[in-house]
Each structure stands twice: as structure tokens, then as C-alpha cells.
Write a protein that binds this ligand. Structure first.
Ligand code: SAM
Length: 172
């Protein structure tokens, strides 16, 4: 099972980016996103609403103390950081692990995160975004399986089209 921890959420500045982390985590095959920083009920509601409509039972949970949460996580921890070892050098090793916590930072990442993580990996050595880093990591970890992922109990489903939009209403 793949879990994601988004560190140091700030309600005012990170509303969209934290929502996007959660949506990427869900769409690309993670089970649940945890977040620390400021508790944000609106963020939780919007992620739950999407998960309810589009299916799959994805969860979101606030963690007050990220450090004890990371220390107590029963699996390997992978911190995504531009300062880490390039992902292609580590992905085979990481894929052997079935229970992982993927950690993405916010504006400032405490130095303990680097020490508590089993791997610090980079998705290029250039600064970009937690959303992009998470998407690329999950794509590499699942090796494209996310393209075939089925979401149980969905109320709607997209029917792919060459042009235009088709969405099936599957009812309750
Ligand atoms: N300067 C910040 C710091 O203290 O690390 C970087 C903040 S960056 C906008 C937010 C998060 O995006 C980072 O903590 C990291 O998880 C992710 N990120 C950004 N660029 C990355 C890269 N090249 N490789 C892996 N993760 C990256």
C-alpha cells in the first residue's frame, strides 16, 4: 500500500497545491494522503467529495505531529527532494517494498525528514513542484499500472473520446 505525507500545509497559501497533491495521489494509485501543518477542513471536504464521486475509497487524514507519525510508520519512507539521489538509481530497490510512505515537502522541509527517511530521492536535480514530483514518482513506482486502475463504487466514469467529453452517470 502506498501512502503520501504532505508536510507543512498552510491554509491560505497551499490550498490548491495540497488539493492537487491529494488528487494526484488518488489518481495515480495511492491509498491515502496524510498532511501536517495547519488543519484544513475545506481541504479534507473537497478531497472526500472527489473520492466519493469518482470512487476508489481514497482517504485524507490530518497528522498533528508529523515526526512521530513518520517514526511510527510501519514501512519504508521515501522523501522526494531535489537534493536526493536520482530516482532511476533507486526505483528498483524501492519497488520491492509494498508498504511505503512518500513524503513531499512544503516551503521549508525540516532537516529531520532527511534523516528519518529510508531514501531521499530526486526527480531531476532542479527545483519544481511537489505535485509534479509525486506524479512522476508514482508513475515510476507503478510502472504505468495507474492507467488501468479501476475505482470501485464510482458514481461517474469517463468514457474516453477522440473529441469532446462523455461521462457516464452510474447512479448511487
Ligand atoms: N526549497 C524547498 C525545500 O526546502 O526543499 C523546496 C520546496 S518545493 C516547492 C516543495 C516540494 O516539492 C519539495 O519539498 C519536494 O518534496 C518537491 N520537489 C520539488 N522539486 C523536486 C525535485 N527536483 N525532486 C524531488 N522533489 C521535488
Amino acid at each position: 500500500m502506498v501512502f503520501v505525507l504532505r508536510l507543512n500545509h498552510r491554509i491560505f497559501r497551499d490550498k490548491r497545491i495540497s488539493t492537487h497533491c491529494a488528487l494526484v495521489a488518488r489518481a495515480f494509485g495511492a491509498e491515502k494522503v496524510f498532511y501536517s501543518g495547519e488543519r484544513d477542513k475545506k481541504l479534507e471536504e473537497s478531497v472526500k467529495k472527489t473520492a466519493n464521486k469518482w470512487g476508489g475509497g481514497f482517504g485524507i487524514e490530518y497528522v498533528r505531529n508529523w515526526k512521530s507519525f513518520v517514526e511510527g510508520f510501519p514501512g519504508k519512507k521515501i522523501h522526494l527532494t531535489m537534493y536526493g539521489i536520482p530516482l532511476p538509481e533507486k526505483i528498483r530497490e524501492i519497488r520491492k517494498e509494498k508498504n511505503i510512505l512518500v513524503i513531499v515537502g512544503g516551503e521549508k522541509v525540516p532537516s529531520e525528514v532527511y534523516k528519518l527517511s529510508d531514501w531521499n530521492v530526486s526527480i531531476t536535480l532542479q527545483p519544481h513542484s511537489e505535485v509534479a514530483a509525486l506524479a512522476v514518482f508514482l508513475h515510476e513506482y507503478f510502472q504505468g499500472k495507474e492507467f488501468r486502475k479501476k475505482f470501485k463504487n464510482a458514481k461517474v466514469r469517463v468514457v474516453p473520446q477522440e473529441r469532446g467529453k462523455k461521462v457516464l452517470d452510474l447512479g448511487e
